[in-house]
Ligand binder design. Structure first.
Ligand SMILES: Cc1cc2nc3c(=O)[nH]c(=O)nc-3n(C[C@H](O)[C@H](O)[C@H](O)COP(=O)(O)OP(=O)(O)OC[C@H]3O[C@@H](n4cnc5c(N)ncnc54)[C@H](O)[C@@H]3O)c2cc1C
Ligand code: FES
Length: 273
C-alpha cells in the first residue's frame, strides 16, 4: 500500500465542543476495517487546504465511526471547521507509537493533561474503561487556562462518578461558580493519593506543562521510566521519510508521538528542538 494515499472518509456527524473546537465523526467509505491503539494519530486531508495530524479520540467498532476533536488554529483546521455532515475528506493512518497500555496493566494510571491535550488522553480513558479489570485506580487531572476552554464537562462528571476514578480539574482563570481548583494543573498533585511504586503517568499538553508535571511527579517518587508524554511537531509525511518532525535523534511521527520521559527529558524545553 502507498503510505501517502488517503482513504476517503465521510463526515457522518459533528459536535460543537466550544467556539473554536469541534468533533468530526467519520466513516471510511471503502468499508475496509480500521483499528488504532490509544495515542495514535491520523493525517486528515482536505482538498485545497492541506493535511494535518490529529489524534484519534475514539472509535466505535460496531458502527465503524471514528472521532477526532479538533481546535481551529490555522489554515487546515479552520477549513475543517467549515465542513458539514455529508462532506468527505481524506484520511491516512493510524500512525505512530501510542500509549504503553500493556506496561500499565495492573497499575494505577495517572493522566495529566493541559488544554486540548485532553484529545489524545481520552483514548486512554476509553481503553481503560473498556478493559477495567486490567488497571488499578485512575486519576484524571485536566488543566485549562480559562474555564471557557474546558470542553467535555459532562464527560468529566460522568467519569468522576465511576468507582476507582478520580477527576480533578484546574483553571488558571475561573468564571464565577467554578467548583474546580484555581491554579496550574501541577498544583493538583497536592490532592493526589499517589502510590508511586504502583503508578504510571501519561501526560499530554503544552511542553512546558509536561516538563513541570514530569519533574513534579518524579519528585513525588514516581520513577522517571514510568512517566510517558505525547509530543507534537509539525508533520508532512507521518511515516519517517521527510524529517519534518525531527526531535533530536527521533522522528515524532515514527518513534512517538508517545515517548518515555527519559527518552526526551534532556531536550524538553531546549530552544530549537
Ligand atoms: C501527533 C499529533 C496529534 C495532534 N492531535 C491533535 C488533535 O487531536 N486535535 C487538534 O486540534 N490538534 C492536534 N494536533 C495539532 C494539529 O496538528 C495542528 O493544530 C495543526 O497541524 C495546525 O494546522 P493548521 O494548518 O490548521 O494551522 P497552521 O496554519 O499551520 O498554524 C496555525 C498556528 O498553530 C501553530 N501550529 C501548527 N502546528 C502546530 C503543532 N503541531 N503544535 C503546536 N502549534 C502548532 C502554528 O505555529 C500557528 O501559530 C496534533 C499534532 C500532532 C503532531
Ligand atoms: S513527518 Fe516526515 S519524518 Fe515525521
Amino acid at each position: 500500500m502507498n503510505p501517502y494515499l488517503p482513504r476517503e472518509a465521510e463526515i457522518v456527524g459533528r459536535t460543537e465542543e466550544s467556539s473554536n473546537t469541534f468533533s468530526l465523526h467519520l466513516r471510511l467509505t471503502d468499508g475496509r476495517p480500521y483499528d488504532f491503539a490509544p495515542g495514535q494519530f491520523n493525517m486528515l486531508y482536505l482538498f485545497g487546504a492541506g493535511e494535518v495530524p490529529i489524534s484519534v479520540v475514539a472509535d466505535a467498532p460496531d458502527s465503524g465511526v471514528l472521532t477526532h476533536t479538533i481546535r481551529a488554529l490555522g489554515r487546515v483546521t479552520n477549513a475543517l471547521q467549515a465542513l458539514q455532515v455529508g462532506d468527505r475528506i481524506g484520511l491516512r493512518g493510524p500512525y505512530g507509537r501510542g500509549w504503553p497500555m500493556h506496561e500499565a496493566h495492573g497499575r494505577d494510571v495517572l493522566i495529566v493533561t493541559g488544554g486540548l491535550g485532553c484529545a489524545p488522553s481520552v483514548s486512554i480513558i476509553h481503553h481503560i474503561l473498556g478493559h477495567r479489570e486490567d488497571y488499578g485506580h485512575v486519576h484524571i487531572l485536566q488543566g485549562v487556562k480559562h474555564t471557557d476552554d474546558l470542553i467535555w464537562r459532562a464527560q468529566y462528571d460522568a467519569w468522576g462518578s465511576l468507582p476507582n476514578v478520580q477527576v480533578l480539574l484546574a483553571a488558571d482563570v475561573a468564571e464565577p461558580g467554578w467548583h474546580g481548583h484555581v491554579g496550574l494543573v501541577t498544583t493538583l498533585f497536592e490532592q493526589l493519593d499517589l502510590q508511586p511504586e504502583r503508578s504510571i503517568a501519561m501526560l499530554c499538553g503544552p511542553e512546558v506543562m509536561m516538563r513541570a508535571a514530569a519533574e513534579g511527579l518524579h519528585a513525588r517518587g514516581l520513577a522517571a521510566g514510568s512517566i510517558y508524554l505525547s509530543m507534537e511537531r509539525n508533520m508532512q509525511c507521518a511515516v519517517g521519510h521527510c524529517g519534518h518532525c525531527q526531535f533530536g535523534g527521533s522522528f515524532v511521527c515514527r518513534d512517538g508521538p508517545v515517548f518515555a520521559w527519559p527518552e526526551v527529558r534532556a531536550l524538553l524545553g531546549v530552544r530549537g528542538f
